[in-house]
Design a protein around this ligand. Structure first.
Ligand SMILES: Cc1ncc(COP(=O)(O)O)c(C=O)c1O
Length: 381
């Protein structure tokens, strides 16, 4: 069975023998031209025309009022949580099925992650699980949601749009609005994905993207914060630029700021990648259709299609195998044969830094962690 899958993937990627990566960047447009222009301008650090150009193009593309270029997705998450007031007395709702950065960002602020289960189809935070956990373990007083056991306030909720498939973000926002919890969308993987025709990242108080080398488009390393709140957009820009008060020569900083701005050199690369995004998305959707058709013939394998109301960017294609031992066999055989495949992340609540953190029932996360693998997903030339 695995041989047939390998042959199909190799045929799809027109790669009969060589190593086949999971997701490699493609530089097919103005990348070299813009990077050269940035170098020749000598503006290679966090000031320069490409930073502004990128911020404008991301805001226009996503429909967000403001977009702020950040050095990477992890620092964007850290800053977003800081902005909504996450601190050492807080807990942050998040799914255990995510990249470690989601939990690390809360831990940088000495807050505790509080884990909420995911849905089977979206692989992202489940609104039912969120509601159930709140009703079972929290009380709501003076507009504050408090974990009854720890006494900590839930300040933020960070749903993550797994592999580009959208969470049921409207329902999550509705629950969080009611309990006065800020929603920060971890849209690191889902640039270009829409839910009910609105871009993921733009539903919550703040949203973040990653432009790491393995993402749909890349700046080498990079990230962004988007928001529809002008004041928070201005604050994000200020705090990411060492909170420096603009002045021709004085060094005046009016807050604890961070050096989290994206350098102009990276923004130059990213501006060229932004131009390619629509064609990359179309290409990835075509590949997803091929995978979907192919896996329909397998009784024990489920190809994870875009859930309801979601136009997915299909960042990483995912299949659900029969059980944990099949998953291990699949990974071994594919990787030994040069077809790069990866398991979904180890659940965050099982990592040594987070294994004492509060959590609801995580049955679906455990089920998926045992079965999901990612298969090659690059843009096909
Ligand atoms: C879900 C998620 N959150 C956050 C990040 C962090 O982004 P970065 O690698 O740009 O720091 C990533 C990816 O790398 C991610 O997949």
């Amino acid at each position: 069975m695995f041989k047939k899958i390998e042959a199909f993937i190799r045929e799809t990627y027109n790669c009969p023998k060589a190593f086949l990566p999971l997701h490699e960047p493609k530089f097919l447009g103005n990348e070299l031209k813009y990077v050269t222009e940035a170098i020749e301008s000598t503006f290679v650090s966090s000031v320069g025309k490409f930073v502004n150009q990128f911020e404008e193009s991301l805001a226009e593309y996503t429909g967000a009022k403001r977009a702020v270029a950040i050095s990477n997705g992890t620092s964007a998450l850290h800053l977003a949580m800081k902005i909504v007031g996450v601190d050492q007395s807080s807990e942050v709702f998040m799914q255990p099925l995510s990249f470690v950065a989601t939990a690390n960002a809360a831990a940088y602020l000495l807050a505790k992650p509080h884990f909420i289960d995911v849905d089977l189809d979206t692989m992202s935070m489940s609104p039912e699980a969120l509601k159930k956990r709140i009703e079972k373990s929290c009380h709501f007083t003076n507009n504050r949601l408090i974990n009854r056991q720890s006494g900590r306030q839930i300040k933020a909720c960070v749903p993550m749009h797994t592999f580009g498939h959208a969470a049921r973000i409207d329902e999550i926002c509705e629950i969080c609005d009611y309990y006065n919890i800020a929603v920060i969308e971890d849209a690191a993987e889902s640039l270009g994905t829409t839910f009910k025709n609105q871009h993921t990242g733009t539903f919550g108080t703040l949203g973040i993207y990653s432009f790491n080398g393995n993402k749909t488009i890349t700046s080498g390393g990079g990230g962004a914060i988007v928001t529809n709140n002008e004041k928070l957009g201005t604050l994000a820009k200020h705090l990411s630029t060492t909170a420096k008060v603009p002045h021709a020569w004085e060094y005046k900083h009016d807050n604890l700021g961070y050096n989290y701005r994206m350098p102009n050199l990276n923004a130059a690369l990213l501006c060229a990648q932004m131009e390619m995004l629509p064609s990359f998305l179309e290409n990835k959707n075509n590949t997803a259709l091929k995978y979907k058709d192919f896996f329909e013939d397998f009784e024990d394998i489920i190809y994870k299609v875009a859930p309801a109301h979601c136009n997915s960017n299909y960042w990483l294609n995912a299949i659900q195998l029969k059980d944990n031992s099949t998953k291990d066999l699949f990974l071994k055989e594919m990787n030994e044969n040069g077809v790069m495949t990866r398991p979904i992340w180890q659940l965050l609540n099982t990592l040594p830094m987070y294994d004492q953190c509060p959590s609801g029932d995580l049955d679906t996360s455990i089920f998926l962690a045992d079965r999901i693998v990612n298969i090659p997903s690059s843009v096909i030339l």
